[in-house]
Design a protein around this ligand. Structure first.
Ligand code: TXA
Ligand code: MG
Length: 436
C-alpha cells in the first residue's frame, strides 16, 4: 500500500503543558480554540484510531512511533515501518494511572446466560513494589514491567506473546495529550528505522521513515536524549533490564529497590547470557560508519596513535574520520597542532554549533608523498546530561557527512545516572571497544 507524502507538523507550543488544568480541560480548551496544534493532534489521533500507519510523536526521551496498542493491525504497522524483528516487545504509553488501571482490569466479554455470573474476578492493581517508583518518577523516563492480565486488550504483537508488558507514562505533556486525545494506550518504540540511532528531532524521524509514515508531530528536540530505563519488579531481587533516563543510584534510594540488580550487559555480564529485555540483544543505534569506542580511562597518547595508524593504513581506507569528544579529549584530538587548528577549523553548518571540520596531512604507508584527509570534530560537552542529550544526534550528523570511522571518547559507567545508559548505547553502536 502506497503511503502519502510524510508531513512534519509543528506542535511545539504544546510543550508548555496544561499548567494547573487537567489534561481533559487543556484538551477541551485547545479544541474549542481550534488552534493549529489542536488540529494536528486531532488528525494524529484520528490516524491512530483508524489507520494502520503509525504516527511519530515527541517524548521527553526520544521520538516515538505510535500505534493503537489494542489493535493488531495498527501495531503490525510499527514493525513494518521500522522493519523491526517481531520478537522484540514494545513499550505501552499511557496518559494516566486510570488508563493503566483499565488495562490491568479489562472488561470481561459478556457471559452466556448458562455460565455462572457470580465469579467476579478481584481487581488487579499495580504491584506494591512499584509504588515508590511511580510516586517519584512518573510521569517520566521509567518503564515498568507488569503481568499482562487474562483477557488483555493489548494486541499480542505488543508483548510478542510474553506474559508481561512494559508500560510508561511520559513526562512530555505533548505525548500525554496525544494519548488522551486518541483515548487509547499507544505502543511506541523509538521512531528510527531498526538498527539506526534513536531520533531526538522530527528531522531525524523524517530522514529514516519519510516514505513509510504519514505524519510526524514536531515538538522540538527531546530533552533526555536516551530512552527510558526499563525495570522489572516482578522478580526478586528487582532488576534493571535497560539503562536509561533514570539512573541506578536514583532507583536504589526507593524502598524495595535498594538491591536492584543490573540485568543488561554492561560489559560485566557473560556475553553468552540471554538478555532479559529482548530488545537488548539486537545491534542498535548503529550508524553506517565503523564506530570505535575508547574506554574512559584510555591513555590519550594511545588514542592518537590508534587514529593516526588508521589514517595511514590504506587497507583500512579511512579517508574521512569523525571524532566525538566528551570530557577530556582536546579539540582536534592532537591530529594537528593548536595553531594549525586555529586557522583551519571550520564550522560545518550553522545548525550544529559543536561540529567542525579540519584537514589532516597524512603520510600513507608505502606512499612517498603526503595527502590530506578530512576530520570532523564533534564536542558533546563534558556534562553527562549534555552527552546523553546530544549523542544520537552526533552519530547521525557524522553519518550524514559520510565519514568512514567515528572515534568516540567514552565516559565511566560508574559516573552514575545517565552515564551507564550512554555507554550502553555506545557499546551497541561500536564495532570495536578499545582500552589503550
Ligand atoms: O524512552 C522510551 O522508552 C522510548 C520512547 C518512545 O518512549 N521507547 C522505547 O521503546 O524505547 P522500544 O520499544 O524501542 O523499547 C522497548 C524495550 C526493549 O528493550 C524491549 O525488549 C523492552 O523494552 N521490553 C518491552 N516489553 C518488555 C517485556 N514485557 N519484558 C521485558 N522487556 C520488555
Ligand atoms: Mg529503540
Amino acid at each position: 500500500m502506497a503511503t502519502p507524502e510524510t508531513r512534519v507538523v509543528s506542535v511545539q507550543r504544546l510543550n508548555e503543558g496544561p499548567g494547573s488544568r487537567s489534561l481533559a480541560e487543556w484538551w477541551a480548551d485547545e479544541k474549542k480554540l481550534q488552534t493549529p496544534e489542536a488540529k494536528a493532534i486531532e488528525e494524529a489521533a484520528q490516524i491512530l484510531r483508524s489507520s494502520d500507519i503509525p504516527v511519530a510523536f515527541p517524548t521527553e526521551t526520544v521520538y516515538g512511533l505510535g500505534a493503537d496498542a489494542t489493535r493488531s493491525a495498527s501495531v503490525q504497522g510499527i514493525y513494518r515501518a521500522k522493519q523491526r524483528p517481531s520478537d522484540n516487545p514494545l513499550i505501552v504509553h499511557v496518559d494516566s494511572l486510570d488508563m493503566l488501571n483499565r488495562l490491568l482490569n479489562p472488561t470481561p466479554t459478556p457471559r452466556t446466560p448458562s455460565s455462572p455470573s457470580s465469579t467476579k474476578t478481584p481487581r488487579i492493581s499495580i504491584p506494591e513494589i512499584y509504588e515508590p517508583l511511580l510516586e517519584r518518577f512518573w510521569p517520566g523516563p521509567l518503564t515498568i514491567i507488569l503481568p499482562n492480565p487474562s483477557g488483555s486488550e493489548l494486541a499480542p504483537e505488543v508483548t510478542s506473546n510474553l506474559t508481561t508488558f512494559g508500560v510508561r507514562m511520559p513526562s512530555s505533556a505533548l505525548a500525554r495529550l496525544l494519548i488522551h486525545a486518541t483515548d487509547r494506550p499507544l505502543a511506541a518504540p523509538s521512531a528510527n528505522a531498526s538498527t539506526k540511532p534513536s531520533p531526538t528531532t522530527a528531522q531525524h524521524v523524517y530522514h529514516d521513515l519519510h516514505d513509510r509514515i504519514e505524519l510526524i508531530l514536531d515538538g522540538g528536540r527531546s530533552g533526555v536524549g536516551v530512552e527510558s530505563t526499563v525495570v522489572d519488579g516482578l522478580c526478586q531481587p528487582p532488576a534493571i533490564l535497560r539503562p536509561g533516563g533514570i539512573g541506578i543510584e536514583e532507583l536504589r534510594t526507593c524502598p524495595g529497590w535498594e538491591n536492584v540488580i543490573v540485568a543488561y550487559n554492561d560489559g560485566t555480564l557473560d556475553v553468552k547470557e540471554i538478555p532479559r529485555a529482548p530488545g537488548m540483544k539486537y545491534r542498535h543505534y548503529s550508524p553506517k560508519a565503523r564506530v570505535v569506542l575508547f574506554e574512559a580511562d584510555s591513555h590519550f597518547a594511545g588514542v592518537v596513535r590508534h587514529v593516526q595508524k588508521d589514517l595511514q593504513d590504506t587497507a583500512i581506507g579511512a579517508h574521512t574520520v569523525g571524532i566525538i569528544r566528551t570530557r577530556n579529549w582536546p579539540q582536534g584530538l592532537g591530529l594537528a597542532s593548536a595553531d594549525v587548528l586555529a586557522s583551519t577549523m571550520r564550522p560545518v553548518s550553522s545548525a550544529i554549533e559543536n561540529l567542525h571540520s579540519f584537514p589532516v596531512p597524512v603520510h600513507e604507508t608505502g606512499s612517498p608523498s603526503s595527502r590530506t584527509k578530512m576530520a570532523f570534530d564533534y564536542h558533546l560537552g563534558s556534562e553527562t546530561g549534555a552527552i546523553a542529550h546530544g549523542l544520537f544526534a552526533a552519530l547521525r550528523a557524522l553519518d550524514e557527512l559520510d565519514v568512514d570511522v567515528i572515534y568516540v571518547e567514552g565516559i565511566s559507567d560508574r559516573d552514575g545516572d545517565l552515564a551507564a545508559a550512554v555507554m550502553n548505547r555506545l557499546r551497541k553502536a561500536a564495532g570495536a571497544e578499545m582500552k589503550v
